[in-house]
Design a binder for this molecule. Structure first.
Ligand code: M6R
Length: 620
């Protein structure tokens, strides 16, 4: 997830771009850059690494030759290519006359880059984006207008994008387009104070709301041609269309949170995108799973005899889900360790044990040290991380990135779902390499995986129903969470969410283990949340639910739509759509996040910054 902005006209293009980038920084801050245009030639400035990149950029931009008629800017969350200045946007073509900023992933960029290189194009970054600049360069050489060149280029591109382009030959024109990734367009008339008319394009409303409320959203495969007083929107085939006008009644602060009250709910609502982006480019139409960026080759992975996962908190829960996937599909024995415990036992590891570290931040010290320990034993180490070039990603032998974008709320939500998706992919990829997955099964699983973002979206829409259930239990101070099989880590994640943001005691148990002791705690009024979606162990879960119910517990179930048999055994139900049982955690955890969220809000708590916690824990 990156942020893009463009401005043409008005009295302060440079300031508009820099201020817009500041508001878009929540989408990533690995680097920032702008291209400015006066009456012709383009002038580029970029700065890399961390939250200081925008300050550094501002210093460089102070030296820009003025005046500026138009410009485009970008704040980056690295995916393809490290977070360096070389990879910072905007990217230029060979002539330096075309500049592109891009949010999304060009899935077929390798193929396109090979063709362009064979045609003599020189690349100066490791990004997927740069191919777009070179393709436009080729199209422009045919003497067409920039908008036509962009359309012709995008017809060759697969994947997700929102992008903005300027070229030296068309001063004051910005051409922008989108597929999957969001893009809004704004038009400001001449101001009463004499300010000149202007046009804007940006990844989200917050970046331009300070300048205009005349806003439109582009649809997939629409291209807009912007000049200070005109906007023309057309399809990739060039047919003019009417864009959708946006009614915006947010102030700027609300706009930064996408209109949500806090980052946590915004990030929960970004979960369908986080899962879709994590799967993007990794499910090939031929029915194969492609993880070519891993850095550990298929030959070495084929030698693996065992998997050991180390992680903390929500990442640990993603590992517990993955254990079932590794064992079921890849037929690989798998153990999952809490990272802070791993180092202090005498682990038995060798070169045939694949050690997988899961970490959103890639910086958690417990996981980092555990992975260092594993490498000392000669085990190949693979990291599943959200932050590109984080310490773990740099030190590991291989890395599989989740593409959830930056997460501001301390509670992991969208990054957790992205981890679940990435771990399922990894297990299926290993199964493919080991020959334990038939092509027919692979195709079915493909379809199930591809449907997950939609199912997560559907589940999120039921927020009001979850809020109603949560409202019944706001004075409950003690919850039990039960689950079996992959439902157990879901229960553990639900309990963790409730503890960390609502400060309510919540204990997760394997449902079958209750009778070995903890059931003594069940008495009339005890509240039990159980994950009871359809699975091979559904009947067993329901027997355990009956055990607590008969002792007076109030039972809330997470159950599949239409499963009335489950509802008959519950005092309340959090309904979710069904999917393959091994993928079900991706959907089932969502109402538990919502349950914790509404409970915390009912207690008047700050869900984004819970007490005593830090987003990244770098102490042992
Ligand atoms: O960055 P990491 O994934 O390594 O972080 C691990 C845990 O600290 C993290 O998941 C923590 O438990 C979250 N607050 C959970 O919401």
């Amino acid at each position: 997830m990156c942020g893009i902005i463009g401005a043409t006209g008005g009295d302060a293009v440079v300031e508009t771009l820099l201020e817009g980038l500041r508001r878009l920084e929540y989408r990533g801050y690995d680097s920032a850059g702008v291209v400015l245009q006066g009456q012709g030639e383009l002038w580029r400035a970029r700065a890399a690494r961390g939250t200081r990149s925008l300050e550094d950029l501002r210093r460089v931009v102070d030296g820009a030759p003025g005046p500026t008629a138009a410009g485009i800017g970008h704040t980056r969350w690295a995916t393809h290519g490290g977070p360096t200045e070389r990879n910072a946007h905007p990217h230029l073509d060979c002539t330096g006359r075309v500049a592109v900023v891009h949010n999304g992933i060009i899935e077929n960029y390798r193929l396109l880059a090979d063709k362009l290189a064979a045609g003599g194009h020189q690349f100066s970054s490791d990004t997927d984006t740069e191919v777009v600049a070179h393709l436009i360069e080729d199209e422009l050489s045919g003497g067409v207008a920039l908008a036509d060149a962009v359309r012709a280029t995008l017809r060759q591109v697969q994947g997700a994008f929102s992008l903005a382009v300027v070229c030296a030959g068309e001063p004051g024109t910005i051409v922008a387009a989108r597929r999957v990734s969001p893009l809004v367009v704004g038009m400001a008339e001449a101001g009463e104070d004499g300010a000149a008319p202007a046009a804007y394009v940006a990844s989200d409303i917050a970046a331009v709301l300070g300048h205009t409320r005349n806003l439109w959203a582009l649809d997939d495969d629409q291209v807009v041609e912007l000049r200070p007083q005109s906007m023309r929107v057309a399809t990739l085939a060039g047919k003019e269309v009417e864009p959708v006008a946006l009614q915006v009644d947010w102030d700027l602060e609300a706009a930064e949170k996408g209109g949500f009250d806090d980052y946590m709910s915004k990030e929960m609502h970004e979960q369908p995108r986080a899962v879709a982006d994590t799967l993007l480019g990794r499910l090939l139409p031929a029915g194969t799973f492609a993880l070519d960026e891993l850095r550990i080759g298929p030959a070495q992975l084929a030698e693996v005899e065992r998997v050991l996962v180390v992680a903390c908190g929500s990442s640990h829960h993603a590992g517990l889900v993955a254990k079932y996937a590794f064992e079921h599909w890849a037929r690989l024995p798998c153990e999952v360790d809490i990272a802070s415990e791993f180092r202090y036992r005498d682990p038995v590891l060798d070169s045939r044990t694949l050690v997988v570290g899961i970490s959103q931040s890639g910086e958690t010290i417990d996981t980092l040290q555990a992975l260092r320990e594993a490498r000392q034993w000669g085990a190949p180490v693979l990291v599943v991380a959200n932050v590109v070039d984080s310490s773990m990603a740099r030190e590991a032998d291989g890395v599989l990135y989740t593409h959830a974008g930056p997460e501001v709320g301390v509670a992991a939500t969208k990054t957790h779902l992205a981890q679940l998706a990435a771990m399922e992919l990894l297990a299926l990829y290993l199964a493919q390499i080991r020959g334990t997955l038939s092509p027919a099964d692979a195709r079915l699983l493909f379809a199930d995986l591809s449907a997950l973002p939609g199912l997560v979206g559907e589940t999120l829409e039921r927020d009001d129903a979850v809020a109603e259930v949560a409202a019944r239990f706001t004075s409950t101070r003690d919850f039990f969470f039960l689950g079996r099989h992959v439902g157990l880590p879901v229960a553990m994640e639900g309990a963790l969410k409730l503890k960390e943001i609502a400060y309510v005691r919540a204990e997760a148990y394997p449902a079958g283990e209750l009778k070995h002791g903890p059931i003594a705690l069940i008495e009339p009024g005890t509240v039990v949340l159980a994950v009871a979606t359809r699975s091979p162990v559904w009947e067993k879960v329901m027997s355990n639910v009956a055990e607590v119910r008969s002792r007076g517990a109030t039972v809330v179930l997470v159950a599949n739509d239409g499963h009335e048999e489950a509802a008959a055994e519950a005092d309340a139900v959090l309904w979710v759509p069904g999917t393959h049982p091994l993928f079900s955690p991706v959907v089932d955890v969502v109402p538990l996040q919502q349950f914790a969220y509404h409970t915390a809000r009912a207690h008047g708590l700050d869900v984004d910054r819970p007490r005593n916690l830090a987003k990244t824990v770098t102490v042992e």
